[in-house]
Design a protein around this ligand. Structure first.
Ligand code: SF4
Length: 323
């Protein structure tokens, strides 16, 4: 839902672009791919794929990413913003890694804001308190803080290397910001078997830290050995388990809004279809040498779109995706 404070991000070219994206999406659902793919209305842009934790089931934290580690180049980021500011409504400053490990995150937020683009990022919260000035100066619109346990014992079962108190300290600092400097705060709780009993206590945090929204998120797993992490309460799991094997509950249909309306940019400028492609195995091009319109109208991108809209189960990442 559009919040009043976000009305500044609406413009005619952006509305017109969303209209074009909808039209393309509708036609693609009917097997028609003959028109130009419009630019995306939102982008995930990776400030860094370096992380300070080693979370279970996270390819980045567990050191399983095949691509090199690094920090976004500010000039490349600015070029991307300038080229896309007419049509880009929202920039999401995370993909893999912890955004607050990137010292220029505040500048990236400010630059997008100057260009009237809504900004948000997701953090594990470990470095929040010490970066409160970065948030104060950068002024993101929306921050998602991950907190998957209310005691150190439950928290560290997934967030290996973290301390739950660091997240509480960060939430405390955020709550103390004056209303006009405080972003929209979303607390995200990944539900596992070891923390599902803590769900009722989350409401107390909402009041204490002036949290705007609490989201209970289902966890993504990658192999059968991780089934034990899934909660007992089926409503908090995206998978059905049979004989120790997992399968998505949701029926997958041959279409994908995220692929058409959004894009994902790695710290080094490589363009991936979405955040499920952690290693950018399906890279379509690089924004350092091409613009996004060229990349999204390349044969490689268009063929990928066709496959998602006709035979999605032939693409490995799409098989474990709830979109
Ligand atoms: S994994 Fe496939 S279906 Fe899921 S968001 Fe990415 S492109 Fe779309």
């Amino acid at each position: 839902m559009l919040r009043m404070r976000n009305i500044r991000y609406i413009s005619l070219p952006r509305i017109w672009n969303i209209f074009r994206l909808r039209k393309f999406y509708r036609k693609a659902k009917h097997g028609k791919f003959d028109t130009e793919v419009p630019p995306p209305s939102f982008a995930s842009y990776e400030p860094t794929n370096i992380c300070n934790l080693a979370c279970e089931m996270c390819p980045s934290g567990k050191g399983m990413l095949k691509r090199p580690r690094g920090i976004a180049d500010m000039e490349l980021y600015k070029k991307f913003i300038i080229e896309n500011r007419r049509t880009l409504t929202n920039i999401i400053l995370h993909f893999q890694g912890e955004p607050l490990m990137c010292k220029q995150l505040g500048d990236m937020i400010s630059y997008a804001r100057q260009n009237r683009i809504h900004t948000m990022f997701s953090t594990n919260g470990q470095l929040l308190a010490q970066n409160i000035d970065l948030i104060r100066n950068g002024r993101p619109d929306h921050i998602i803080v991950s907190l998957d346990g209310l005691t150190n014992e439950t928290y560290t079962q997934y967030r290996i290397g973290g301390k739950v108190q660091n997240v509480f300290d960060g939430l405390e600092k955020l709550s103390q910001l004056p209303a006009k400097e405080r972003p929209y705060i979303e607390l995200q709780f990944l539900v596992f078997s070891h923390n599902e009993h803590e769900i009722p206590d989350l409401q107390k945090l909402k009041k204490k830290y002036r949290i705007d929204k609490i989201t209970l998120k289902t966890a993504q797993i990658y192999d059968d050995s991780q089934v034990e992490f899934l909660p007992k309460d089926q409503k908090y799991s995206r998978y059905a388990i049979s004989d120790g094997k997992f399968k998505l509950k949701k029926t997958q249909e041959n279409h994908c809004k995220r692929l058409i309306f959004g894009t994902t940019i790695c710290f080094d400028g490589r363009v991936a279809p979405c955040c499920f492609d952690k290693d950018a195995d399906y890279e379509f091009g690089n924004i350092s040498s091409q613009n996004l319109t060229e990349i999204r109208n390349s044969e490689k991108f268009r063929n990928f779109v066709k496959q998602v809209f006709t035979q999605r189960n032939g693409i490995d990442i799409c098989n474990n995706c709830t979109e």
